[in-house]
Design a protein around this ligand. Sequence first.
Ligand SMILES: *Cc1c(COP(=O)(O)O)cnc(C)c1O
Length: 324
Amino acid sequence: MTKIDDELHQRALQVPIQKISWNAVNRYQLDLLVRRDDLIDSSQSGNKFYKLFYNLDAAKKSGFTQVLSFGGAFSNHLYALAAAGRERGLTTIGVVRGERPACLSPTLRDAEAWGMKLHFVSRDTYRLKSDARFLADLRQIFGDFYAIPEGGANEAGVRGSAVIGHAIDQQLNGHYSCVCAPCGTGNTLAGIAAGLPESKTAIGFSVLKGAGDLGVTIAKNRQSYLDSLPDDVDQGSGGSWRLISGYHGGGYGKKLPSYLDQFWRSFENETGLLLDPVYSLKMFWGISQLAAQHYWSPGSRIVAVHTGGLQGRRGFNREKSNAN
Ligand SMILES: *Cc1c(COP(=O)(O)O)cnc(C)c1O
């Protein structure tokens, strides 16, 4: 595999991969290695750093001074975008689902303090987020901008996420069994899978209640990334992937059922690793369940990507959901 050697790749190689002692997997003679992408940047935490990287490069290279994207009140993506915009000298615009509340979520309060212009739209209007006419209306209001889809889920997002796969393989020198990641749009999983060598598998844990055609999207995104590589980059055919559903704990951003709430506390107490309630919590829950079902053979080395999002812990009231 030709090494793709740019700033993002260099950053990714510095991210620690830590062996965690956790009885839920260790009792089945499994090793758990956690890739700490929650540490890659203080505010652009986790996978959003990767998904935004080439998007912002593209915006700058094409001469845009404004970047617009979409998200909910607790969006890790808008939070990361606001921070990145400030750092890279780009004006950011966040189109937020729902009316502006009297009291902003901590996420949006920070985003606004970092200079993001917040534009609240009704849920019905928000559904038009990929509609060309809606974007044209937004250009009437804000002037021209580079648009990034919700969650940074586009080709540049997959390309950034592929760097995670490359980095893991390089850092561990191939000594691991599989790579796990939580899945929302599945963009990150598609990238990780594409970045792994052919012999490895990326396992995605869907945080959505109905995964719909998520698998189709993942397959398509993985393949179009591989197809887009220049001929002199020998990426092989990339790693394979698998999507696991059933560990969403009631659905995206919903109030946690008590078993998950308990799992959250005991995981953090035992490992000292903090989890976000919307994504990584559900992945680790799924990993513990698969381990108990003997999904992996003894001696397997499981890499779990901590995709960050810890800022969302602040707004996550255990009584309420973060899905609004
Ligand atoms: C956005 C996000 C994900 C999901 O990424 P996708 O590429 O949409 O699958 C996972 N974890 C965290 C912490 C996120 O913020």
